[in-house]
Design a protein around this ligand. Sequence first.
Ligand code: AMP
Ligand code: MG
Length: 339
Amino acid sequence: MRIKKGFLPNIKEKMISLGIESTAHTFGVGIIDSNGNILANVKDSYTTSKGGIHPTEAKEHHLRVKDKVVEDALSEAGIDMGGVDLISFSQGPGLPPCLVVGMEKAKQLARDYKKPLVGVNHCVCHLEVGRVITKAKDPVMLYVSGANTQVIAYEGGKYRIFGETLDQGVGNFLDNFARYIGMGFPGGPKIYELALKGKEFIELPYVVKGMDISVGGILTNVKQKYDSKKFELEDLAYSIQETVFAMLIEVAERAMAHCEKEELLLGGGVCCNKRLQEMAKIMCKERGAKLYVPQNNVLVDNGLMIAWQGLLEKDGVRKIDDIDIKPGWRTDQVDVDWR
Ligand code: AMP
Ligand code: MG
């Protein structure tokens, strides 16, 4: 796959960038060159059959797989570290134990092979890789992942957050309910499968506050409904999706109207959900807007988006010892000086 001209960073000599993702469940490594050729996108994700994501266990997972994922990515790209010009890593936001593993691996490679190192913001990476892959020019992004749920758009040199969850991310909400009913992590795809068999809509709280949403009360409510044994699980799963996704589409639409933007870009693992994609499609059609949906391996956490952002921010290289993780780094704290 190749990225189209016009979206490429302004780099004279060809550069190859290697990016490391490790904010939560996924340890991923992507490799891309400045001509837009995607050379590798390899990952190994932590999953469970019953419980949820446990930060220390996710960290142990990353420690176990990190060397192999880097090796596999290099071999997929057909290069060795000598051929890499720049290393980038997800500096935040994320789970500190997981972030540290990615940063230490990136620092080790940067020291051993004397390569420049740049730390990038994970949420911004979702947006930029989505933009470059789909060719969306100036979209509102509905970013729905495990920990993060935000409606983002570019205004005045920053990616502003126009709406967000007031408590937990929609992915964490789905994962939490799946864990409660004894299904493992990640729960989103399992809820989706159940929802396909749902027949009856059960009314749940619908919580939109201005441009923001909240899912904590809905989680308590569906757990109570599940415990009461009065409802079919499939109907609950179906109603969860219909309710929470409608909330997401409502705030995304309001942001599009407010910002007068005519493109919607989806990002984050929850946007792999076909029903959410369908709702987004209907909303965009009704307002004459365009919907852009990257492929699943770009929607979920991945190293490719980190490598791509590294190229965009190649002038942000700093001394290795001065670089640390930024677990609470917000999208709107990043100065967007590359576009
Ligand atoms: P990310 O952090 O962006 O990689 O997204 C991970 C989240 O996406 C997890 O909470 C998953 O449960 C969720 N997810 C993955 N696939 C789906 C799907 N088909 N439907 C809903 N949620 C999903
Ligand atoms: Mg993510």
